[in-house]
Design a protein around this ligand. Structure first.
Ligand SMILES: Nc1ncnc2c1ncn2[C@@H]1O[C@H](COP(=O)(O)OP(=O)(O)O)[C@@H](O)[C@H]1O
Ligand SMILES: [Mg+2]
Length: 226
């Protein structure tokens, strides 16, 4: 299996020297192609910080990391942006759908940003709407949806461009069990279908049990070595 993501002694400190917070300390692990990896840890343990770094949203204070063997530190800002837009999908706890856009438009948006042709966009979005049982909600706005439907739209938006890496920050935290399970199953199916690697922060035992492997964070440090 090829390595998708490799972290080598990543640390992150927030704030200035005097009152700085160490959010991550000496984190190393690898994520292979198609792997479904859980990051477990209590609130404040550094999960979101770690995901933001892996998703190229934030920079580490120390350490190296590699996407498909390329050192992220060596990439220019615009190369990172391109990577993030093209190859990484994000699923957030609060979905962060665009309120003024319909379900269809929210899902189509990443393809629009990537310059995909309109005909292709229509085809891909319609297909995914069907797969995810959202066909009848295509013209609705996020505020008109249930929590479970919003989560499905969030998952669809993250997966529409078939990213190599999907990053999910507590995707089931605001959902009841039934909807959380359905969302997870969907991620799993698409993981098998497209071979995307998943990095999922969660403290939901059900989610963690359904991942290939888990790593545990405590106070910014890895508890058990993977
Ligand atoms: N932007 C920030 N500025 C300062 N401290 C932060 C910032 N983001 C997170 N932290 C701190 O870093 C630590 C880890 O936070 P976070 O990564 O959000 O953990 P988790 O997602 O596991 O709850 C916490 O102590 C938090 O207060
Ligand atoms: Mg968090």
């Amino acid at each position: 299996m090829n390595t998708r993501l490799k972290l080598d002694a990543i640390s992150k400190r927030y704030g200035g020297d005097k009152n700085s917070i160490t959010a991550l300390q000496d984190i190393s692990f690898t994520l292979t192609e198609g792997e479904f990896l859980a990051i477990q840890g209590p609130s404040g343990s550094g999960k979101s910080t770690l995901l933001n770094i892996c998703g190229l949203i934030d920079n580490p204070s120390d350490g190296d990391y590699y996407l498909n063997g390329i050192s992220v530190a060596q990439l220019s800002i615009s190369e990172r942006c391109t990577y993030r837009r093209r190859d990484i999908g994000f699923i957030f706890q609060r979905h962060q759908l665009i309120p003024a856009m319909t379900v269809y438009e929210n899902i189509a948006y990443p393809l629009l940003l990537n310059g995909v042709q309109p005909k292709q966009i229509k085809h891909d979005v319609n297909q995914l709407l069907n797969t995810m049982g959202l066909e009848h909600r295509r013209k609705h706005l996020p505020k008109q949806l249930s929590g479970g439907e919003r989560q499905r739209v969030g998952v669809a938006r993250a997966l529409i461009k078939r990213p190599q890496l999907v990053i999910a920050d507590e995707p089931s935290a605001s959902l009841d069990h039934q909807h959380a399970h359905a969302g997870l199953q969907l991620m799993r199916e698409l993981n098998k279908q497209y071979g995307a690697s998943f990095l999922i922060a969660s403290h939901d035992a059900f989610v963690i049990d359904h991942c290939d492997r888990k790593i545990e964070l405590l106070d910014g440090q890895l508890k058990a070595s993977p």
